[in-house]
Design a protein around this ligand. Structure first.
Ligand code: ARG
Length: 580
């Protein structure tokens, strides 16, 4: 069990032994460090129950606290606020113990299964800045949930069917009408694709403009899409599969740069086999109803204040849509994996849609009431004009170009003769982008400011990396000097104590991030720990300290801070380069 939780439990037990009616004790970190490191403020709420003054109650609590043997400097302030500190030897023991432990003082949660749906890339469309946060936040939440003991399945849920497929096929047909995909026959071998991933970046936007400007073309696109979806046109199906393969390769390489990985690389179209069953279940519930030829589910509830339109499940022409495949995906996930929870990390614009989908799923019995469907939206990354970040020509910036621009800016600050410059600058760029993305609350928008994101002296990814590398290098030097460090001998100084108390907070920070599905507390904590340690580092000469016991204690502390940084950076999917 986690250290702070154990202490709180022991205090509670001691209180109970002494007939003090409390159900919970919280050690609150104190704002007034001169009085104590922690506060216990429970005396106040007991006055009515025990019919005594808060001061008298506080005195009784203090007696119990003294018996637990964790604390020193226990004192009562004001009417009955208890201040206290951990005994010094407890702090140093804590460092020694956590270094040796495999759990790293992290309290685990129950190991339920969760599916996280994030990424959401669309086949044949370039990943752009709008996809950045879903990848970053989803990947980090996946790692955090696993770290806390959950079993997580990550699914990219590709947009791999729909209008864009028709558009891309239409455009390829225009350019290469003689390919055998368009012969109208089922071939035994299909032609090689005459296009590359790079061409795809341009084909979809070109076709999309054409179709929007010309209704005849749009009609053709609709026909192609319908023939592809029904599987009637084997040539279209074969062509689309080749395009999928090509596009997936490109998309995977960008996710790889972002240290983002999925267990399932499935898409909307993988839900087709589950559509019939989904509709049957919904039909049976009685809530899937006809409306103007379409099939819908009414999802409005009595206490709704905002508009809540019905969810359209089948269009009036009988066609399926995004929502149909969404519902069928839920059926598929429930049948194959039976998860306790499904989380959707999708941008805020789809908030209403997911609310409709969830309500429809519960109402029609696609999932039971105790399955948790949750939508976690996020704010956008904007340009300095306050609108989603665009390139100079006014298009949404591609993720590739965004990463490249940050990387180039980093390279201008790097030593020209450094080995491995490419790889290192890329890791720093990813750290800069990701850290800046986690720092604001999940639902807040923020502005893309590369020079601010890469500042090694600011509250940035590179600052954390730089200091973590510095910690590593002290430890490596100590290893080279043959110094062994795992013990903490000396009485910790005030700064050392501050560092250790902050290390003890880690578990609370992780659980807070998990409960809120918000990584900003981890990003903040990383900065606080790193800057506190760096103050300590600058005030002391760790390696040249002449008192060997002091030197070893300091190295031990350095090791735990370094490991903590690595643990948290790994949750955020930020890699630490060898040097920078
Ligand atoms: N491909 C979608 C888009 O670009 C995002 C998919 C989100 N996940 C989902 N289950 N609908 O908007």
């Amino acid at each position: 069990m986690n250290f702070l939780n154990t202490v709180e439990k022991d205090i509670l037990n001691k209180f109970k032994e002494n007939n003090i009616p409390l159900d919970e004790v919280k050690l609150l970190t104190s704002g007034k460090k001169e009085l104590g490191d922690y506060q216990i403020n429970d005396a106040m709420k007991l006055t009515k129950i025990l019919h005594k003054s808060p001061r008298e109650i506080a005195e009784e609590l203090v007696k119990c606290l003294e018996e637990t043997e964790y604390f020193k400097d226990i004192n009562i302030a004001g009417a009955g606020f208890i201040n206290l500190r951990f005994k010094d030897e407890l702090l140093t023991e804590y460092v020694e113990k956590v270094i040796k432990s495999s759990t790293k003082d992290v309290e685990k949660l129950e190991s339920d299964r969760i599916i996280i749906d994030y990424g959401g890339a669309n086949i044949a469309k370039t990943l752009h800045v709008g996809h950045l946060r879903s990848a970053n936040i989803g990947e980090a939440l996946k790692r955090l949930a696993r770290h806390l003991g959950k079993e997580v399945i990550a699914d990219v849920h590709f947009g791999d069917i729909g209008r864009q497929s028709g558009m891309v096929i239409y455009e390829i047909k225009e350019r290469y009408p003689n390919l055998n995909y368009f012969s109208g026959k089922e071939e035994t071998t299909w032609d090689e694709l005459p296009i590359t991933g790079k061409d795809l970046e341009e084909i979809y936007p070109t076709a999309s403009i054409k179709a929007k400007e010309n209704e005849e073309i749009m009609e053709k696109v609709r026909e192609i899409t319908a023939e592809l979806e029904s599987g009637k046109n084997k040539g279209y199906v074969a062509l689309w599969n080749k395009i999928k393969e090509l596009s997936t390769k490109d998309i995977k390489s960008i996710y790889k740069e972002l240290n983002t990985d999925f267990d399932l690389w499935e898409g909307e179209s993988d839900a087709y086999p589950y559509i019939k069953e989904t509709l049957d279940t919904m039909e049976k519930s009685g809530y899937l109803i006809e409306s103007e030829g379409a099939k819908i589910v009414e999802v409005i509830e009595d206490d709704d204040k905002a508009p809540m339109p019905p969810l359209v499940v089948i269009k009036s022409n009988g066609a399926t849509l995004y929502a149909t495949r969404e519902l069928a995906t839920i059926t598929s996930r429930m049948k194959r994996f039976n998860p306790k929870e499904i989380w959707y990390i999708v941008d805020m614009r789809q908030g209403l849609y997911f609310e409709q989908v969830f309500r429809a799923s519960y109402k029609t019995g696609l999932v039971s009431k105790d399955t948790v469907l949750e939508y976690y939206g996020f704010g956008t990354m904007n340009g300095t004009d306050g609108k989603p970040f665009k390139t100079r020509d006014g298009n949404a910036a591609t993720l590739k170009s965004l990463i490249q621009s940050v990387k180039e800016e980093i390279l201008t600050h790097m030593n020209k003769d450094m080995d491995n410059k490419e790889e290192i600058s890329e890791k720093i760029a990813i750290a800069a982008i990701k850290y800046a993305d986690f720092l604001p609350n999940r639902t807040t928008d923020y502005i893309f400011e590369p020079s601010k994101f890469i500042d090694v002296e600011g509250k940035t990814g590179p600052y954390i990396l730089y200091n973590t590398i510095r910690m590593k290098s002290i430890l490596n030097k100590a290893n080279d000097m043959g110094i062994d460090y795992s013990n903490y001998y000396n009485k910790p100084t005030d700064t050392e104590k501050e560092i250790i108390l902050l290390l003890m907070e880690k578990n609370n920070i992780l659980h807070k991030a998990y409960n809120n599905k918000d990584l900003s507390s981890i990003a903040d904590y990383l900065y606080n720990l790193t800057s506190l340690f760096s103050r300590f580092y600058e005030a002391n000469h760790i390696l040249t300290e002449s008192d060997e016991k002091v030197r070893e204690s300091w190295l031990t502390l350095t090791k735990l801070v370094k490991e903590t940084n690595e643990e948290l950076l790994d949750i955020l999917a930020i890699e630490v380069p060898e040097k920078m």
